[in-house]
Design a protein around this ligand. Structure first.
Ligand code: SF4
Length: 403
């Protein structure tokens, strides 16, 4: 059995048939996982200023750029192994650089609260064995973590939920649209207006406190009734919820106090975003937006969005991320004015404008290591096909030696 790195569910029941050093068959993975394990459509090649190079020269050039920068930044890491993430944090420390990842504009705020033990949480196995009420809030797991409902939440039998979804579990979706997950939740879909999560939470708090909610009274009272009866509830919090409430976690904490049988789990997309958050939290006390300068500084102004918007970096190392694809056009304009170093297995939009590109192995297929599942469980990744690509950890080690 091998582990799929298609999303942060890190399914470790994947069977692979390898023939002549190539993957011939993949069993148990969903479509997303299968495509991840099949590898890149276009493989990245080492290059310096768009000219093909060898890997040693590309690493030397990258080190030279980072060393001579006044304000270097490292970004990405959500698709890197834990071992590479630790090296990346070490490199940022050595360079007195800024470091950030994609959680900075999605689930970081919730993960930080979970690591600070401000929210009750549990493992995915606990959810499978015990949960009777499951809320998918701003999260379309069916599309983003396609085996979530079948492996860990709604469909499987669990130790205390032997009759599974037919009788023992209720799945609820709270979302701005009827997503594929909401369709499964059938009679328990609560549609909310765009950015309406806070108002919905406040109405629910009223209903749970014995007051008449001012908002969608009948449906909110019905929902509050279901939640009060839950023996072991789960809130699978997606980016829809996080984007909507922004940094205002106070309302969620209040809701959590009124629902003592509920547990919250941030729904992470990238396979090892939580691993990066945990590694940085262990070393600095923060999950993202950090600058090293002999000490550790954590401020919102060190988020990738702010740094690029304000043009406050003069060299950017991107690993396992594609900011040109995922960030707003107005923000990424600055990328064309500075040298970008791109480490990735595949050609990406960012690699196309990079000053230096360094190809690495696809982790979990071409290199091994560990990753942290969305619930905090450490999962082993194995190398399943022989290849000549260096892992992201080895590349960062070499960069560390060279700077
Ligand atoms: S749910 Fe995620 S980890 Fe599991 S097989 Fe699909 S992509 Fe891979």
């Amino acid at each position: 059995m091998v582990t799929c790195t298609g999303c942060a569910l890190l399914c470790d029941d994947i069977e692979i048939v390898v023939e002549n050093g190539r993957i011939k068959e993949i069993r148990n993975a969903c479509r997303r996982g299968t495509s991840r394990m099949k590898g890149c459509v276009n493989r990245l090649i080492p290059s310096i200023y768009q000219k093909p190079s060898d890997i040693d020269s590309a690493i030397r050039k990258a080190a030279e750029i980072l060393k001579s920068a006044k304000s270097p930044m490292l970004f990405g890491f959500s698709n890197s192994t834990c071992e590479a993430q630790v090296r990346g944090i070490g490199l940022a420390r050595k360079l007195n650089a800024m470091i950030d990842d994609t959680s900075s504009f999605c689930q970081g705020m919730l993960i930080e609260k979970v690591l600070q033990k401000k929210f009750r949480t549990c493992s995915l196995e606990d959810a499978r064995n015990r949960a009777d009420v499951l809320i998918y809030w701003g999260s379309d797991a069916q599309d983003s973590q396609p085996r979530h409902l079948s492996r860990f939440s709604y469909f499987p039998r669990g130790e205390s939920r032997q009759r599974g979804y037919e009788e023992d579990r209720i799945a609820i979706a709270i979302d701005v649209r009827e997503s594929n997950t909401a369709k499964i939740c059938k009679g328990h879909f609560y549609r909310i207006p765009l950015k309406g999560d806070r108002e919905f939470i406040l109405a629910l708090i009223d209903a749970l406190s014995g007051k008449v909610p001012s908002y969608d009274t009948k449906k909110i009272l019905e929902l509050a009734g279901i939640l009060k009866k839950a023996e072991f509830g789960m809130v699978f919090a997606g980016i829809g919820l996080t984007y909507s409430i922004k940094e205002d976690t106070g309302v969620l904490l209040t809701l959590g106090d009124l629902l003592p049988n509920f547990h919250i789990m941030p729904m992470v997309g990238h396979y090892n975003m939580r691993g990066f958050n945990e590694s940085l939290f262990r070393e600095t006390g923060f999950v993202n937006r950090v600058k090293f300068n002999g000490n550790v500084i954590h401020e919102d102004k060190y988020s990738i969005l702010e740094i690029l918007k304000e043009k406050r970096t003069d060299a950017l190392l991107v690993i396992g991320a594609d900011p040109l694809l995922s960030l707003p056009g107005t923000v990424v304009k600055h990328l064309s004015a500075i040298p970008v170093i791109c480490i990735d297995p595949c050609t990406t939009l960012t690699s196309k404008i990079a000053a230096v590109t360094i190809p690495c192995a696809v982790s979990g297929v071409e290199s091994d290591g560990t990753a942290v599942r969305m619930d905090g469980e450490v999962i082993k990744l194995s190398k399943v096909v022989e290849n000549n690509y260096a892992s992201d950890e080895i590349i960062l080690n070499r960069l560390m030696e060279a700077v």
